[in-house]
Write a protein that binds this ligand. Structure first.
Ligand code: PMP
Length: 432
């Protein structure tokens, strides 16, 4: 049975207190539910496909701590490995063999990566990769796409999707114009726009960075030929192609979007899943490029907690679990059932909608679509999305609190969870 009301007294008390302690009461903006309105729920604990709030309500979770929880929250094998690792200490700040193990797993899995550097977040990975792109090519300009998010480093806060889109901040105060003047932007899926940028300053563009499948402007897939076209163009102009696979790495396929679409970039950023729920990021690529990083080369980048033994442990165990045969087929099966079901229900209940999924990543826009880029995504009915989001929450379904975020499933989600979610969606959409 689906629930129709939830009591969130404790969440309200805790969040009210938090607002006097931390900006917006949160440690990261989208968590505050600003774009959907209403009371955010305060979590107590998570397990498998479920989360429990401080009032004792249980929800089926489609956020998965924004991607890492692909094996389900608090997987017993990950927790056991962490307990064991914990006994050896929480941080070494020195080489440890766990780094070798995870590095080998990443290098084996991701086609573009011959060498990898671990950092602590996706933001750090993207920040560092940009420095490397510039150092390797001796060029300053970079092309990014409208609605793609590459973390909150200054030079990427231009048309940056995700929380920036959600909050309607076109940019951010505090980012000097001089910092973003070398950040060129183009609409996603628009190869002609990228060609035009290259034609304008052919010798100044270090490279192109993108989410090969977008998750930070809602879920948007690359049109046929787009990734291949970028590969050819960057080759032609002596520039680097960088896939930001912080979200798609080990999710779209074990080897990421580059495996799935068979396009190999020069460099790749990773995060989320490779930390198994602990703070991790990474960047990697061809050896000749990566060996420019200090101390092998002159490009400086460092980190007190980088290669942290607990984070490495959770990452290793998570990747081991993902290697089980059938993982990605299962993710694809249940996520397709969810995505197809949502679209069918929207149609039946008279709501314009479009969306889709690849493996365990999905999205639903309240617009007829098709959505090829961020401009298209902005045609979504945001008010309707907010009411849908709230309705689903009250039925025990936790979706990302923004139209401009992708959804995530895990191997812990069952067919029954999907059935329950679709039953809730039918009730909610019928009353929107
Ligand atoms: N790149 C992409 C594609 C992301 O989705 C994110 C985070 N959602 C980041 C970079 C930044 O990662 P982090 O939040 O770990 O800094």
């Amino acid at each position: 049975m689906v629930k129709t009301t939830i009591k969130t007294t404790k969440s309200e008390e805790i969040f009210a207190a938090a607002q006097n302690l931390m900006p917006g009461g949160v440690s990261s903006p989208v968590r505050a539910f600003k774009s959907v309105g209403g009371q955010p729920i305060v979590f107590d604990h998570v397990k498998g496909a479920y989360i429990w709030d401080v009032d004792g309500n249980q929800y089926i979770d489609y956020v998965g701590t924004w991607g890492p929880a692909i094996c389900g929250h608090a997987h017993p094998e990950v927790i056991a490995a962490l307990h064991e690792a914990l006994e050896k200490g929480t941080s070494f700040g020195a080489p440890c063999v766990l780094e070798n193990v995870l590095a080998e797993m990443v290098i084996d899995a991701v086609p573009s990566i011959e060498m990898v550097r671990f950092v602590n977040s996706g933001t750090e990975a993207c920040m560092a990769v940009l420095r490397l792109m510039r150092a390797f090519t001796g060029r300053d300009k970079v092309i990014k796409f409208e609605g793609c998010y590459h973390g909150h480093a200054d030079m990427f806060l231009v048309k940056a999707g995700s929380g920036v889109a959600t909050l309607g901040l076109p940019d951010s105060p505090g980012v000097p114009k001089s910092t973003t003047s070398n950040t060129l932007t183009a609409p996603y899926n628009d190869l002609e726009a990228v060609k035009a940028l290259f034609a304008e300053t052919p010798d100044e563009i270090a490279g192109v960075i993108l989410e090969p499948v977008v998750g930070n402007a809602g879920f948007i897939t690359p049109d046929a030929g787009f990734l291949e076209g970028l590969r050819e163009l960057t080759h032609e102009y002596g520039a680097l192609l960088v896939f930001d696979e912080v979200m798609t790495g080990f999710r779209i396929a074990y080897g990421g979007a580059q495996e799935r679409f068979n396009v190999t970039p020069d460099l790749t950023t990773l995060g989320k899943i490779i930390g198994g729920g602990l703070p991790v990021g990474a960047y990697g690529g061809r050896q000749e490029i990566m060996s420019m990083i200090a101390p092998d080369g002159p490009v400086y980048q460092a980190g007190t907690l980088s290669g942290n033994p607990l984070a490495m442990t959770a990452g290793i165990k998570t990747l081991e679990l993902l290697q089980k045969p059938g993982t990605y087929q299962y993710l694809d099966k249940i996520t397709k059932k969810l995505s197809d079901g949502l679209l069918e229900i929207a149609k039946k209940t008279g709501h314009a909608a479009c969306g889709g999924q690849i493996s365990g990543m999905f999205g639903l826009f309240f617009t007829a679509g098709p959505v090829h880029n961020y401009e298209d995504a902005k045609h979504s009915d945001l008010d309707k999305f907010s009411r849908f989001h709230r309705g689903m929450l009250e039925h025990g379904i936790y979706l990302a609190p923004s139209q401009f975020e992708a959804g995530f499933t895990s191997v812990a989600h069952t067919e029954e969870d999907i059935d329950r979610t679709l039953a809730a969606a039918e009730e909610v959409m019928s009353s929107l």
